[in-house]
Design a protein around this ligand. Structure first.
Ligand SMILES: [Zn+2]
Length: 236
């Protein structure tokens, strides 16, 4: 009966007119209010929102999230991917801290993968930081609901859904870690997908281009020929 949240169906919203940074100052309203609401935020501009799947924009959006280093790149990320459905605004400081934490996890994951061929949660030297990130703020990051299946009121589906941007990103990180999904950058510099996934069985590990794109395959072959002409051995 219960099907847990499917990351592939992650539906977010995107502001039609993009997002903006705003500073919420609460001088004179008390320290408690300031703690809760003061600071710099990213919020949607007025003009309505559309349903948007961040995976359609980039399947590795959690890795894009990890590249955020300042307010400008945070705003660029939100303008590109939107926010989870129930999020009205996001704290800029929060995004920067979360991005830093996710970057640390992914760095460690990638390092370990280069050393051993393990791809599951054991691929982290220490899975506790990921587990802690998930569990310590679970109520803030995630919600849990039951809903009936599409066109089938006799089936109830359990769904874990992100309540914050970090919640959405952590679902993707956890998916990558637990499913053993790895990502490779396509050899075709003009590739629209840029990165493609490699299954946990590692069968596509040696692949250098998007598995289904003929254009990317050709681009890789051209690159390989060029390299062998120069006498350089192509990398794995
Ligand atoms: Zn490609």
């Amino acid at each position: 009966m219960a099907t847990l949240y499917n990351v592939k169906n992650l539906k977010w919203t995107k502001a039609k007119n993009g997002y903006e940074v705003f500073v919420h100052s609460l001088s004179g309203r008390g320290a408690a209010a300031k703690l809760l609401l003061g600071g710099t935020w990213i919020r949607p501009r007025e003009g309505g929102q559309i349903i948007f799947r961040p995976e359609d924009e980039d399947k590795t959006f959690h890795r894009e999230f990890a590249k955020i280093t300042n307010g400008k790149s945070a705003l660029a990320f939100v303008n590109r991917f939107g926010l989870p459905r129930s999020v009205q605004k996001e704290s800029l400081d929060g995004i920067l801290e979360d991005s830093n934490n996710v970057a640390k996890l992914l760095r460690e994951l990638d390092q370990k993968r280069r050393q051993v061929r393990s791809t599951t949660i054991g691929g982290l030297r220490d899975a506790r930081p990921l587990v802690d990130l998930f569990n310590n703020a679970f109520d803030i990051l995630f919600g849990f609901r039951l809903q009936t299946a599409k066109n089938d009121n006799s089936t109830a589906l359990a769904e874990l859904f992100p309540k914050t941007l970090m919640g959405g990103v952590l679902l993707k990180v956890a998916e990558e870690v637990t499913n053993g999904t790895q990502w490779k950058t396509c050899a075709n510099p003009n590739c629209k997908i840029k990165m493609f996934s490699i299954g946990p069985d590692g069968r596509q590990r040696r692949l250098e281009h998007c598995p289904k794109s003929g254009t990317c395959k050709k681009a890789w072959q051209r690159l390989k020929n060029k390299r062998s002409k120069k006498g350089l051995s192509s990398k794995e």
